[in-house]
Design a protein around this ligand. Structure first.
Ligand code: GDP
Ligand code: MG
Length: 719
């Protein structure tokens, strides 16, 4: 066998790249990232007639400008990696728009084969395409396929192999009208003579990009030859002025118009019959009339989003509970099998709880991604974004931000981890980070027990109302925080809403399962290792230093006294001693000392050291807040007859009152996300910078809020 051939699959979003990629490579694939960005890079292999092929699924793009990460990734890949053949997947039912990208591949001069996909859909819509003619006019092979069934794929690979043997792939020369053409013939010879970016791009492409004012290419050119580049920029500016004053358009627009003109002229030459006048009457548009209707649209959307939400969190419950009892079983097995000591404690509280914490999210993530894949593959998600964009735009976010917010607990009870991962549908990096940083403000399922506890203890008269208020408050705070971030650290224009509204389609089960599994596996792989490490660290913080031996001995003595006494309540009394010892141990640990040390600040917000320890523990997982408060407040309860609940104990405690409760509530809602979320943020933002930022920013924000509540509340004498 020869060396493996490198094949890239390129095309518009939703043209069927992934479907073809899966068909070609089956299970022999893996997902990575392009260097430096969080765009998925899917690679796989296949063997065809004794030839080894290496296939890469490039990100879907409509163009090769420098406007989005995807576009930059795709074109850098083509230029730097120089694949042997680029397979351009073109949606036959949407030919005109898809060929716009094809046109740019031709201008770039890459070895190209066109896979004309979804010919089944085109046929159903009464569109027939003369592939021979199309191939002749474009000057590249065109193979009709149905990626979903694999029809035509063998022929496609045969042609790919044939094209890989050809050595020359000269760029196609398009005409862009007299002004641009004149501009090009001025600057292209200069580029050629000075070998500017030679060996990377064809000189005419470089010229076009300079006229288009393409930042990346200009930067590269500046790096190579600043004087020449400045000269070229000057000429380009003269041309821009000229076009502005004559036809009131920028060069990019003129170039785009001529590309479309090139495509139209090809399609008119008997390539397509019936495409233009029938397209708009098709089902998608009819569905959209209802689904994006001003009145009915939002109602349908609310119902569908609520459906997705209940699907995710209700149907996963069984698996979540199953996993948690499995890990409980592991813990208790380890408890009986291992000898007492630090190793046992680390294995139970560090390793098993840590791994259990990571895997505990898996069912939720799988269900959520499955639901999102249905909405995404069917084309509905784009409509949701379209409808929500107005509101979100106002806060510096994008219509696509709505899904992460809802999943994270926009309807109380979600989870920020899948919410953070759901920000992937956002394209603009700043809007994406603003969304990433604000979704943890939502009331996730782990905060609910704490909210219920505190509201139950201090505001029991209006429980439902306060729970509802907490949800509303979370939305308001998250959106305002987003606005604030977008006006400060993430300053920049909101991107206009240019998301395409692809036609509706029935998703395939295979496609849905692959999408779901890919994302879930990425979570397990990336988050798993880091989370295990941090979990062990947190365990150590809450365990060390251990109680000095004389203090431990005191508790042993107490236990012996109880065992020796004739009381009928021995078991309960022993449990209380265990609780007291755990409490003393926690107080003595590093986490405990931090909690005590923090009192100097937190007292302005009304928190004592016991609350502080619970909050520090809450960083491991918010559920821990309730159990840690439970441990801390069992202190002093030596009367075994006294079986009051934590709710009652807090309500009666001298230190607590409604103002303190409100202040603690606000803090818990808005302080640093749990560390699983923090790790997810680091992964999604591509750097730890934003993960640390979210911990610092949220905690500071929450602290200011709590201090304000406590001070004002106390001043008004409500405490
Ligand atoms: P990508 O965005 O380019 O990766 O597109 P996908 O591979 O995810 O495909 C988008 C949708 O089109 C999925 O629901 C596919 O099942 C569907 N699809 C892909 N190829 C075909 C095809 O040849 N015929 C039909 N009818 N549907 C297809
Ligand atoms: Mg895809």
């Amino acid at each position: 066998m020869n060396d493996p051939l490198h094949i890239s699959l390129a095309g518009n979003p939703n043209s069927g790249k992934t479907t073809l990629f899966n068909h070609l490579t089956g299970a022999r694939q893996h997902v990575g990232n392009y260097p430096g960005v969080t765009v998925d890079k899917k690679e796989g292999t296949l063997t065809h007639n004794n030839h080894q092929l290496n296939v890469v699924d490039l990100p879907g793009t409509y163009s090769l400008t420098a406007y989005s990460v995807e576009e930059l990734v795709a074109r850098d890949y083509l230029v730097n990696e120089q694949p042997d053949v680029v397979v351009d997947i073109v949606d036959a039912s949407n030919l005109e728009r898809n060929l716009y990208l094809t046109c740019q591949f031709l201008e770039l001069g890459v070895p190209l084969v066109i896979a004309l996909n979804m010919v089944d859909v085109a046929e159903k819509r009464g569109i027939s395409i003369n592939t021979d003619k199309l191939s002749k006019l474009l000057g590249v092979p065109v193979i009709p396929i149905v990626a979903r069934t694999g029809q035509g794929v063998d022929e496609l690979i045969d042609i790919v192999l044939a094209v890989s043997r050809e050595s020359e792939h000269p760029p196609t020369l398009l005409r862009y009208g007299p002004d641009i053409d004149q501009g090009l013939s001025d600057i292209v010879p200069l580029i050629e003579q000075n070998k500017l970016l030679a060996g990377i791009y064809p000189s005419r492409w470089t010229g076009l990009k300079i006229l288009e004012n393409d930042e990346q290419i200009l930067d590269k050119a500046m790096g190579e030859d600043p004087t020449l580049t400045q000269q070229l920029i000057d000429r380009s500016e003269t041309l821009t002025h000229h076009l502005q004053s004559t036809i009131d358009a920028y060069p990019e627009a003129v170039i785009a118009d001529h590309r479309y003109g090139f495509i139209k002229s090809i399609l008119r030459q008997g390539v397509v019959t019936r495409i233009f006048d029938t397209d708009r009457l098709y089902a998608s548009d009819k569905i959209d009339k209802i689904v994006t209707n001003r009145v009915i649209g939002p109602l349908i959307m609310a119902a569908i989003l609520f459906g997705l939400y209940s699907f995710t969190f209700n149907y996963s419950t069984f698996f979540v509970e199953w996993l948690s009892s499995f890990f409980e079983f592991l813990s208790s097995s380890a408890d009986t099998m291992l000898p007492d000591g630090p190793v046992k404690s680390m294995i139970i509280s560090g390793v098993i709880d840590g791994v259990g914490g990571v895997l505990g999210f898996v069912p939720i993530i799988m269900f959520m991604f499955f639901g999102i894949a249905v909405l995404e593959d069917s084309g509905y998600l784009a409509r949701v974004a379209f409808m929500m964009d107005r509101i979100f735009h106002f806060f510096g976010l994008h219509g696509s931000s709505v899904m992460p917010f809802i999943v994270s607990g926009g309807i109380a009870g979600g989870c920020a981890v899948p919410g953070v991962m759901a920000t992937r549908t956002l394209r603009s990096p700043k809007e994406r980070i603003a969304t990433l940083l604000t979704v943890p403000f939502m009331n996730c399922g782990a905060k609910l027990p704490v909210l219920t506890l505190l509201i139950g203890a201090f505001f029991s008269a209006h429980q439902a109302r306060y729970m509802f208020l907490a949800t509303v408050a979370a939305w308001i705070v998250a959106l305002l925080a987003a606005k604030f971030l977008r006006m400060t650290v993430l300053k920049g224009e909101s991107t206009p809403f240019v998301m395409e509204l692809p036609p509706y389609r029935f998703p395939t089960i295979r496609g849905l399962l692959i999408h779901t599994w890919e994302r879930t596996w990425q979570y397990i792989k990336k988050a798993g290792t880091v989370i295990l490490g941090i979990s062990i660290l947190l365990w150590a913080l809450m365990t060390y230093p251990v109680l000095p031996t004389d203090r431990a001995a005191e508790f042993d003595t107490m236990r012996q006294q109880i065992s020796a006494s004739q009381s009928t309540n021995n078991a309960a009394e022993l449990l209380i001693i265990d609780g007291l010892e755990a409490e003393a141990g926690l107080r003595n640990s590093i986490a405990g000392r931090i909690g005590i040390g923090l009192e100097s600040v937190s007292r302005y917000a009304g928190f004592d050291w016991r609350t502080n320890i619970a909050l520090v523990g809450g960083f491991a997982a918010k559920e821990v807040i309730v159990s840690t408060l439970g441990t801390a407040y069992s202190l002093g309860e030596v009367d075994p007859e006294n079986t009051t609940s934590l709710t009652d104990r807090l309500a009666k405690d001298a230190h607590w009152n409604p103002v303190v409760a409100l202040s603690v509530l606000a803090f818990i809602m808005f302080y640093a996300p749990c560390f699983v979320t923090v790790v997810a943020i680091a992964n999604e933002a591509g750097s730890w910078k934003w993960a640390f930022f979210s911990m610092g920013f949220n905690t500071l924000f929450a602290l200011i809020m709590s201090i304000a509540i406590y001070q004002i509340g106390t001043l008004l004498g409500l405490g």
